[in-house]
Design a protein. Sequence first.
Lengths: 297, 450, 314
Amino acid sequence: MSEHLHWSDRLQRFDRRWIFLIMGLAIVVPLYLPIGFPIKPRPMTKAAFNAVEELKPNDVVLVSMDLDPASTAELEPYYRAVILQLKRKNVKLAFTTLWYQAPPLVERWLRETVDVPIAPAGTPGYDGPPDRAYVRNVDYVYLGFREGKQNIMLGMGADLHHVFDGKTDDGTPLDSIPWMKTSRSLGDFKLMVLVSAGSPGAKEYVQYVQNRYALRMVAVTTAVSTTDLAPYYQSGQLLGIVAGLSGSAEYEVLVGKPSIGVEGADVLNAGHGVVIIAIVLGNLAYFAGRRRKRKSS
Amino acid sequence: MKRILVTLVVLGGVARAEEIHPEIVEKAPKSTQWMVEMLFDQGFFSGRGVEPDGRHIGISWTRDPAVPTPVLVLRSQLPDGTDVKGRSIRVVDQGGTVLIPRFLYPSTPKVYHSAYDPSVNPLPVGTKIGEWTVVASVDGDAPDPIVDEVDPGTYVYALVPAVRGTRPDTYTGFPGDAVVTWSVSPHAAWFNRRRWFHLALIAIIAGSLFGFTWLAKRKELFVRRLAGVDAIEDAVGRSTEMGRPVLYVTGVEETQDIQTIASLLILGHVAKIAAEYDTDIRVANAFPLTMVIAEEVVRQGYANAGRADAHRPENVMFITSEQFAFAAGVNGMILRERPATNIYFGRFYAESLMLAETGFLTGAVQIAGTGELTQLPFFISACDFTLLGEELFACSAYLTREPNQLALLKAGDVMKVVIAVLVVGFTVCATLAADNLYPFTRFSIEDVLP
Amino acid sequence: MKKTLPVAFGMFVGCYMVAEYFIPHHAVRDLSAHVLEWGGVVAASAYVIGGINLVQVTWPKIRRREPDWGFKVVLLGSALVMALVGLPWRSLYGTHEPGYLDPLPGPDLAAQKNNKAIVFVDAPDDVVLTLGSITTSTKHMLASCSQRSPLPCVFVDPGELSLKAGRSVVGYDTFEKKVNLAAGDMVTLAANPGMRWGADGRFRTWIYDHVFAPCNATMFALLAFFVASAAFRAFRARNVEAALLLGSAIIVLLAQAPIGRWLTTSLPHLSDWILDILSNGSRRAIIMGAAVGAIATGLRVILGIERSHLGGDS
């Protein structure tokens, strides 16, 4: 005689692979059937946007790309949006990275977003000012990767040229580039944009150099690390934080060029929905089982 | 803190003009009073000052009446020990726009030098003209100090009112007389006064440490129970009963990370317990150097238990340094070898949930401890016992019960009490300041804490 | 001595680095700058030592055919391949220009009459050419512009012309040159950009883009499934505290996604209040506690109270 399981017991012994399948569908389906919920930027995201909007032409900005391929889904949409915003402001850009996994990724992104225009005149679906192709070692420099984590941050704060041996990654002397000649330490940059997936990243920049050199910084980070950085935003040490994929989607809306971030927002909605449903179902099963056990005892 | 307050009264040549050209008197500009401040140190409580490393000098000034004319700041080095008083100085001939040699080369007045025309020759920051170096160009006054980085030596500064030209860094006129400051040398201090608070905190820790060390040798210090640590021995016993190994993961950071060090400190005790129970312990490391140290620690743990012969070095493994490859490798170990106890102590990032969920699937008892705030929720939801933040660091002292280590634990608690008192105190002060209650309105936390 | 020397050295350096924080004198700062540089050098050399140690640890396991030795072969093989493709092999036999310009004696009268110059191209089909504002390849060029040369060619406007020849994929050399051409001038651009080795070389970039990056991203993506599984299993309202935690989790989850803000405008405010006010205090307490604990552990190591990390007994 087979045992007849109560639905709560069946639910509690649910094979996890069904949950994985449902989550997989929740991620894939919205990519083909977008829902398009409106996206309203948060104050933190708007603050980050405004900090970049306050820049003037020819201001010098340092972009620190501390990420690996794993976090590109959350950070790449913001990166593309902020680079468009920076380029249409005609600022000078210096790129660097402190993660050893990052250089090939950074170089690819520079080729795809800085060396060519992201939104030239006439781009469909984009009404903002167009950007242009930046010329390496004229409009932007790539300083390259340096190992040393916090030591490198401290070194850049004191003497950036010394940290990079006075050269860009391709060997061009920094002193031959007029705006890099006068940018000798972190304090000489009008703004720092931190694309940070973990450690070392935005948190270490704030802890080690922000206060020491009174730096202006905005950061994008993975959603899970946002809570770690939030106290620094409240204290004013970070001018703005863009939180994960949802923050990146908001940033794309603010910049005016919805792209992969906005597409990902639908996936986010569905994924969060699955997690909430999983929580509710799990609790339903738990309470039903508990009630049944109480009745039977 | 030493400050030099320099007040100079600059007369627009009124007295001389009266004697020679009386008709100019009515057109002569009013006298301008310069309040110049030279800074080369910092106070205990004020944020105003410069780094006292012997390489920085700060200069700020205001003019009365306030004049919006830009000011060109120049610096000249003097022989060491020269003492020069502040004075006004003429930089151009009357009505001229060209900087005169008498100003540019004050130390060699009898030698011929050419004048300098800054209306066609730009003067960007860093340019050397004559014996001077351009330090800054400020629109109006500088109530906040301009900080100049110099080599050790004696310097004077010239503050030159200037009219900007249309091209960047050019100047088409120099109205009024300039001011040359007192000679000043950067001060190399041996103590950074602004960090007095940090030193006070260290002194409190040191004092507590010595006090509790003295106390620990006389009586047993109370440390509250750490359920996760107490569970280690039970969990190892469970592994022995089930005939399955214990898995210990030291985190994904390098050896010099403090959490990895804390993890290695605990590993020795866990290895000793495993040796006593005759259970295999597998240690997964993310860096080769961590693996080498972990192997040594485990060997010593076995030796302490009198089971040096039972130690197998191949049980201490280096997986890989790449974060997710490490997670994949450890997950593979968990699924294949199905350890009965999984211990995760150290710094973890995104892979924490992967490891903990996989361990849960195999039915292992899981004990985790990390200082990474963002990973604690994942460990709490998937592990049986979790050490939060500082409990990881207290673990070693808790296990050994050594007086020195317990004393340090207690000293840390004193630190926390001090921090709590300060937080409450400063919050009250800031709240009262926000309500415009004097004297709290004069209080600014940035003035107290660097 | 084996343990005393490291402890003494650690104590000295540790105390110096603490004292350095309080001493602003430039002599101390200069020494600290050197120490930081040494730290950077040691950190970089740790990778070399790590690589050697990897082989030392892994090879015996392969030789003895220990369990999972096959994975060790993959590990060593992958490390070897990446190391080999990342080395700048070409520097061993010297680098050469990937192309050159060869002006032809001219002028070409027909081109001169039309106020054009001619650029002949001698390059493989897959070379991407940028001639001023024109981007093309030999496949799309004119077969013949002048009797002076049978090579594919293109007419350009006279003046300063920026020439660039490269491949459509990364990891190859690029030939770049600027040339001044008058009407009727003819020049041959010969280019065959070779493959690069090293950090920006073809192989390494391909392996990074097609193997490492997808694997890395895939592992991180697995978290989504693990979160759903953990949520189903572990988030149970067993007591009041757990119920409060659960409620907060649902509110914050909804608010973090755009759907939350679409549902109601109060949800984001409530979520921000929970994150910024309610949980912020405990979050800061844990951070401060962990920091104090880290200070205590660091002091233990610096003062030599704790030595088990050296392999000695406590």
